[in-house]
Every structure is written in structure tokens, then in C-alpha cells.
Ligand binder design. Structure first.
Ligand code: PEP
Length: 251
């Protein structure tokens, strides 16, 4: 049995006081970590404060990106060591917005995944196709290639610990959700690829989230699917009430 994982991705939203208020509001209401993992990936600026606010709660805090180097002359960047040092547990790697606007490639995603593991962070690795790739019938080959690149050089044990997020780009922030069947089919393709690259056992352990306009009204159907073990959620994670409804569905 794979433990569900629901992660909110706040992107570049909220002020520090709004972020603190949200975490204080939900902290006491988050399901026990033995039942499911609940994560908020916040803007870097708020991470130290949110780690403290969530200290006595099962809620875990994640970053939305990081640099792969331990330290160095990389103005504006944040390193895995810095994130781990303040108590961050998760980091989103290769979100399509990072790939599209900040030149992240399969290669840099792979380096970051290795760096995350080296410093005790759990990567949430995003893959997904564009609308054109889907319409051309290339969804499977696109995500298989992204997965193979992202995991290159990792051990089976590491793959069992990471989280893969299947996020069709055309469904992110658009209100268009993939049907539960389509999302499940692609998550199954991802699991099959991991079985080919590693083993059935590793593929069985791997948790795969779906992301793309997930909301309280559609999460139950998505989580009911064989290969979908959770959700990576943008818009619907911004309000405490709807975030708690998402967690309830996963619990
Ligand atoms: C995301 O940010 O990863 C995402 C899936 O956003 P939304 O839920 O708003 O589509």
C-alpha cells in the first residue's frame, strides 16, 4: 500500500503574514503522517518561518525549486544544504513553469534530484506533456523520456523514496483537468517505465501524484485510480479551507 501524498504549490502567491496565518490555521487539522503526507511548497522567503509554524504538526514544508550546487557564486539561488539546514523536507524539481520560464532541462532536473538526495530532501519531480505533444499522440514517449532522464544514476532505493508528479502542461492553472482515466493511464506508463528501468518492486513503491487543476470536486475520483497516489495542487491549495478538503479526500 502506497501512502497518499498531497502537496500544495503556492507558486509566487501570498505575503509572509498570509502564509503564516494559513499554516497556523491548518496545522492542527492535518491528518496523521502515518496515514498520509501533507506538504506545502511555499515561496523560499517564507520557508524558515513556516517550518517553525508547522513544527508540532504533521504538515511538512517544501521548496519550489533549488540549485544543485552546495554553495557558490549563483546570485539569487538557494542550495539544498540551505534548505535542509532550516528544516525543509521536500523540494519540487522540474515544474513545467521552471522548465518553460527558467530554462530547466532534463539534465539540470537530474542534477537537482541527485543533490536533493545527497542532502536529505525528498524531491517531487514533475513531468508532463504539452497540448501539442498530446495531440500528436506522443504523451507516453515524452513522459517516459523525462522520467528516464530525471532518474538517471539513482539507486532503486532512492527511486522508491522520491515522488513523481505527472502534470500535463495544458492542465496546469487552466481549469482543464485530465480525465481520471487519462491521468491514470499516463501514471501507469510512468510506473511501467520505472519497472523497466529498475524492478517491479521499485515501481510498486514509487508514489505518483497527478497535478493539473485538481480541486475538492475532482480529487476523490483522481485518488480512486490505481496508479494515482496523490496530487500536486496549485490554485486550490491557496485557501486553507480547500486545502483541508483536499487532505480529507486523501485521508
Ligand atoms: C501546479 O502548480 O503544479 C498545478 C498543478 O497548478 P493548478 O493546480 O493550479 O493547475
Amino acid at each position: 500500500m502506497r501512502k497518499p501524498i498531497i502537496a500544495g504549490n503556492w507558486k509566487m502567491y501570498k505575503t509572509a503574514s498570509e502564509a503564516k496565518q494559513f499554516v497556523e490555521q491548518v496545522s492542527g487539522l492535518v491528518p496523521d503522517a502515518s496515514k498520509m503526507d501533507s506538504v506545502i511548497c511555499a515561496p523560499s522567503l517564507f520557508l524558515p518561518q513556516l517550518v517553525v509554524s508547522a513544527e508540532n504538526s504533521p504538515l511538512r514544508i517544501g521548496a519550489q525549486t533549488m540549485h544543485e550546487a552546495v554553495e557558490g557564486a549563483f546570485t539569487g539561488e538557494i542550495s539544498p544544504v540551505q534548505l535542509a539546514d532550516i528544516g525543509v523536507d521536500y523540494v519540487i524539481i522540474g515544474h513545467s513553469e521552471r522548465r518553460q520560464y527558467f530554462n530547466e532541462t532534463d539534465d539540470s532536473v537530474n542534477k537537482k534530484v541527485h543533490a536533493a538526495f545527497e542532502h536529505g530532501l525528498t524531491p517531487i519531480v514533475c513531468v508532463g506533456e504539452t497540448l501539442a505533444q498530446r495531440q500528436d499522440g506522443n504523451t507516453g514517449s515524452v513522459v517516459e523520456k523525462q522520467v528516464a532522464h530525471a532518474l538517471n544514476g539513482l539507486s532503486g532505493q532512492q527511486v522508491e523514496k522520491l515522488v513523481l508528479a505527472y502534470e500535463p502542461i495544458w492542465a496546469i492553472g487552466t481549469g482543464k483537468t485530465a480525465t481520471a482515466e487519462d491521468a491514470n493511464e499516463v501514471c501507469g506508463i510512468i510506473r511501467g517505465k520505472v519497472a523497466d528501468l529498475y524492478s517491479e518492486q521499485t515501481a510498486d513503491q514509487l508514489r505518483i501524484q497527478y497535478g493539473g487543476s485538481v480541486k475538492p470536486s475532482n480529487i476523490e475520483e483522481l485518488l480512486g485510480m490505481q496508479h494515482i497516489d496523490g496530487a500536486l495542487v496549485g490554485g486550490a491549495s491557496l485557501e486553507a479551507e480547500s486545502f483541508l478538503q483536499l487532505l480529507e479526500a486523501g485521508n
